[in-house]
Design a protein around this ligand. Structure first.
Ligand code: HDE
Length: 702
C-alpha cells in the first residue's frame, strides 16, 4: 500500500463577488488571523511548535494503530474535550452585544455616581439578552421572560444592572428561587419540556404560590413573545438606592425603553418562527448590527423618597409589585446604543459574568429580600461556571478603569504582581494601594425589629396588581392572556392544578376566570382560594399595555416579497423601494433560491427559497405574481401557508392580480389590510401596524 499523504490545505479559488457578507464582518472582528502585510502565521501547538501536518495522526504504519506518542493529537483532542464550561442554570441562551451608554440628564442632586452625573459622557457597555428556562442550544422564541443584563464599564468600576423584560418577579424571597427554577426547568425524570412553562411541575408550583399571580399575568401576555430583542422594554425590577455627596439616599427603579417601540408576535406565529428559524432573535440582532441599524434604548428612572414609599398602597420592597408610571413618572436620563457584535461568542457572551453586587459609589441596594439573595448568588455561580475567582481578569469582565488590591494567586491567574508586599496596611510599599474616601459607602440606614424567618404583612396582597395589569390591557391583549392560560393549562395533566389556577383567576377578574374555565371545559367554576389580603381597586395603567406602546413604523421591520417566474419587475421594484425608504429591510422570496425570470425576461435573484422563508419571518408581505405563477404556486403548500399565515398573523398584504388569485385559492379573505400592490402608500401605512380588527375573523380566542 502506498503512503498517500492527504493535506487538504490546497488553495481554494474564490468565485468573483461571492465573498459572503459574514466573512467581511468577521474581518471587522479581526478573526482572520492575518498578520500585517497579509502574511498568515504558521499553525502551531499551544506551545508554539510549528505543525507540518494537521490532517493525519501519528501511526505505527499507514493502516496501523495510532501511537500514544502523538502529543500533537493529544493536545488538540484534550483541548477540544474541555471546550465546554457549565452553562448557566438559568439564562443559558443569549445574545450579547457591545455598545455605549450616554447620559443626557444629570442626577447629581441624587447620586455621586459619575455615570449618572456627567452629561454627554459615553460609557462602554456589554449587554446580554437571554431567555430564562431553556439550555444554551434551545430556541430563541419560547414563551419566556427575557433577561436584560447590562455591564457598564464606568470610570469608577463595573456596574452591572441585571434586569428582565418584565418589571416584576414570581417570588418575594430568594429562598424560593431554587424551587421556582426546578419547577420550570425540564422535569427531572423525563428531561422535557425544554424551555416551556406549559407543563405540570411549573403550574403545580405556581398554583401553590399566590404571590406569583402578578408575574403570571405578565408572562401570559405577549410580552414573552417579542418580535425582536430590539423591541423589548427592560427593568431593573428591584428598588435600589441612589446616594448623593451629602450621604442622602433616594429610592430608584431603573427602566429601559426601546427606540423602535414595543412589539410582540402572536402565539401561532411564534410557534412557527421557532420551526422556521431557531436563532430568530440572535440572527435579527446580528443582521441589524451588521447593517448599521444599531438598536437603542432610553434609560429612565423612577425616583421616590421613603415618605412617598410609605404612602404607596403596596410595598416597593416586594419584587412582585411595580410602581405604576402614573404614580411615579419616568424621568429619561440617558440612552444606550448597541453597535458592535462580539468577536467571539464564547469569550464574551458566554464568559461575561454579571453580578447585581457590582455597583459603583453612589448606588446602593434596598432591603428587597429577593435582591439581597441575588447579591450572594451571582458571585457564587460565576465561581462554579468560570472555575476561578480570577474571572474578573477575562477581558469582557475586566474593569476598564484601573483596579488594584492584594488578592493573589488562584486558578488561571493571569496577573503577575511584582514585589514582596501582598497585604494592607504595610510600610514596605508605601501602603499602596490605599483606601480612598471616594470609595463605596453603604447607605447609613438604621435597622430595628425582631430577627426571624418572617414574611412581611405588607407583602400579603397577591392579586391587586395582577388585576390592575389585566384591566389595563386592550381587549385584544386580554384575549391573548386568556388564550395563553388555556393553552398552558391544557398541557397540564393533573386536573386539580388547572382548577386551583382558575380559582386564583377569580380573584384577578371573574370574566377571565370564566373564559379560561370554558376553554378548559370546566363545567363549574372552582372556589377561589382564601386571599391573604383583600383585593384593592387600583386605577388602570395604560403604560402596562404592549399595543399602546407600539410605534407605527417600519424602522427595524422586515418585508417579504413573494415572486415567481413571470412576475412584474416594475411593481416589485416600486414596493421594494417604498419599504426601504420607510426603514424596512426587504427580502425577495421565490420558489428557487436562484431567483425568478421576470415578465421582461430579466432574472431577479432571491434572498430566500419559499419553503425555507415563510411569512412568519416578516412584518408584512407582498405577493407579486403572473397568472401562470399564481397557478403554479396555488399547488404549493408553502405558498398557501405563506399567505394564510400572513393573514392569520394580522399582517398587511400587498397583492397584484396574480397575488389575488393565490389569496383566493388559499381561501384567504380580503380586508383593509389587503391592499393593491400599485398603491405603495396604502401598503406602507398598513404595514406599519398589525390588523387587529381582523383577529376575530381568523381565530376563536378563549
Ligand atoms: Fe437571576 N440568576 N436570580 N434574576 N438572572 C442568574 O447568574 C438568581 C432574578 C437575571 O446574562 C444566575 O450568572 C436568584 C431576578 C438575568 O449572564 C444566577 C434570584 C432577575 C440573568 C441567578 C434571581 C434576574 C440571571 C445564573 C432570586 C431580574 C442572566 C447565571 C433571588 C431582575 C445574566 C448567572 C447573564 C442569571 C440567580 C432572580 C435576572 C443563578 C438566586 C429577579 C438577566 O446566579
Amino acid at each position: 500500500m502506498s503512503k498517500a499523504k492527504t493535506t487538504g490545505t490546497g488553495k481554494r479559488k474564490q468565485a468573483k463577488g461571492s465573498t459572503p457578507a459574514r466573512d467581511t464582518h468577521r474581518a471587522v472582528g479581526g478573526e482572520l488571523h492575518q498578520v500585517a502585510g497579509g502574511e498568515h502565521p504558521a499553525l502551531t501547538t499551544n506551545q508554539g511548535l510549528g505543525l507540518s501536518d494537521n490532517q493525519n495522526s501519528l501511526k505505527a504504519n499507514p493502516r496501523g494503530p495510532a501511537l500514544l506518542e502523538d502529543f500533537i493529537l493529544r493536545e488538540k483532542i484534550t483541548h477540544f474535550d474541555h471546550e465546554r464550561i457549565p452553562e448557566r442554570i438559568v439564562h443559558a441562551r443569549a445574545t450579547g452585544v457591545h455598545g455605549f451608554f450616554e447620559l443626557t440628564a444629570s442626577l447629581k442632586q441624587y447620586t455621586s455616581a459619575r455615570i449618572l452625573t456627567e452629561v454627554g459622557e459615553k460609557t462602554p457597555v456589554f449587554t446580554r439578552i437571554s431567555t430564562v428556562a431553556g439550555g444554551a442550544g434551545s430556541v430563541d422564541t419560547p414563551r419566556d421572560i427575557r433577561g436584560f443584563a447590562v455591564k457598564f464599564y464606568t470610570k469608577e468600576g463595573n456596574w452591572d444592572l441585571v434586569g428582565n423584560n418584565i418589571p416584576v418577579f414570581f417570588i418575594q424571597d430568594a429562598i424560593k428561587f431554587p424551587d421556582l427554577i426546578h419547577a420550570v426547568k425540564m422535569e427531572p425524570d423525563r428531561g422535557f419540556p425544554q424551555s416551556a412553562t406549559a407543563h405540570d411541575t411549573f403550574w403545580d408550583f405556581i398554583s401553590l404560590t399566590p404571590e406569583s399571580m402578578h408575574t403570571v399575568m405578565w408572562i401570559m401576555s405577549d410580552r414573552t413573545l417579542p418580535r425582536s430583542l430590539r423591541m423589548i422594554e427592560a427593568f431593573g425590577v428591584h428598588s435600589f438606592r441612589l446616594i448623593n455627596a451629602a450621604g442622602e439616599s433616594t429610592f430608584v427603579k431603573f427602566h429601559w425603553r426601546p427606540k423602535l417601540g414595543l412589539q410582540s408576535t402572536i402565539w401561532d406565529e411564534t410557534v412557527k418562527i421557532s420551526g422556521a428559524d431557531q436563532d430568530f432573535h440572535r440572527r435579527d440582532m446580528f443582521d441589524a448590527i451588521a447593517a448599521g441599524n444599531f438598536p437603542e434604548w432610553e434609560f429612565a428612572v423612577q425616583l421616590f423618597t421613603q415618605e412617598q414609599a410609605d404612602s404607596f398602597p403596596f410595598d416597593h420592597l416586594d419584587a412582585t409589585k411595580l410602581i405604576p408610571e402614573e404614580l411615579v413618572p419616568l424621568k429619561v436620563i440617558g440612552r444606550m446604543v448597541l453597535d458592535r457584535w462580539p468577536n467571539n461568542f464564547f469569550a464574551e457572551t458566554e464568559q461575561v459574568a454579571y453580578c447585581p453586587s457590582h455597583v459603583v459609589p453612589g448606588i446602593d441596594f434596598s432591603n428587597d429580600p429577593l435582591l439581597q439573595g441575588r447579591l450572594f448568588s451571582y458571585l457564587d455561580t460565576q465561581l462554579s461556571r468560570l472555575g476561578s475567582p480570577n474571572f474578573h481578569q477575562i477581558p469582557v469582565n475586566a474593569p476598564k478603569c484601573p483596579f488594584a488590591n492584594h488578592q493573589r494567586d488562584g486558578h488561571m491567574q493571569m496577573a503577575q504582581p511584582a514585589g514582596r508586599v501582598a497585604y494592607e496596611p504595610n510600610s514596605l510599599s508605601d501602603n499602596s494601594p490605599r483606601e480612598t474616601p471616594n470609595g463605596f459607602h453603604s447607605a447609613a440606614i438604621t435597622e430595628t425589629g425582631e430577627k426571624g424567618r418572617i414574611r412581611a404583612e405588607s407583602f400579603a396582597d397577591h392579586y391587586s396588581q395582577a388585576r390592575q395589569f389585566y384591566l389595563s390591557q386592550t381587549a385584544y391583549e386580554q384575549a391573548h392572556i386568556a388564550s395563553a392560560l388555556v393553552f398552558e393549562l391544557s398541557k397540564v395533566e393533573h386536573p386539580h392544578i388547572r382548577e386551583v389556577m382558575v380559582g386564583h383567576l377569580l380573584h384577578i377578574e371573574k370574566d377571565l376566570a370564566k373564559r379560561v374555565a370554558a376553554g378548559l371545559g370546566l363545567d363549574t367554576l372552582p372556589d377561589a382560594p382564601v386571599a391573604a389580603a383583600p383585593v384593592k381597586k387600583m386605577a388602570p395603567s395604560p403604560a402596562l399595555q404592549i399595543i399602546g406602546k407600539m410605534k407605527a413604523t417600519l424602522a427595524g421591520r422586515a418585508i417579504g416579497i413573494l415572486i415567481a417566474d413571470g412576475s412584474d419587475g416594475a411593481v416589485i421594484k416600486k414596493i421594494k423601494k417604498a419599504a426601504i425608504d420607510a426603514g424596512a429591510s426587504v427580502k425577495i422570496i421565490a420558489p428557487t433560491v436562484g431567483g425568478a425570470k421576470l415578465a421582461d425576461g430579466t432574472m431577479l435573484a432571491a434572498d430566500g427559497q419559499l419553503a425555507g422563508t415563510p411569512s412568519v419571518l416578516f412584518d408584512a408581505v407582498a405577493v407579486i405574481l403572473s397568472d401562470k405563477g399564481a397557478k403554479a404556486l396555488s399547488m404549493e403548500g408553502a405558498a398557501i401557508d405563506f399567505v394564510r399565515d400572513a393573514f392569520g398573523h394580522l399582517k398587511a398584504i400587498a397583492i397584484d392580480q396574480g397575488g389575488q388569485v393565490l389569496l383566493k385559492n388559499a381561501n384567504v379573505g380580503q380586508d383593509a389590510g389587503v391592499v393593491d400592490a400599485n398603491d405603495k402608500n396604502a401598503f406602507i401605512a398598513a404595514a406599519k401596524t398589525r390588523q387587529w380588527d381582523r383577529e376575530k375573523s381568523v381565530r376563536t380566542l378563549a
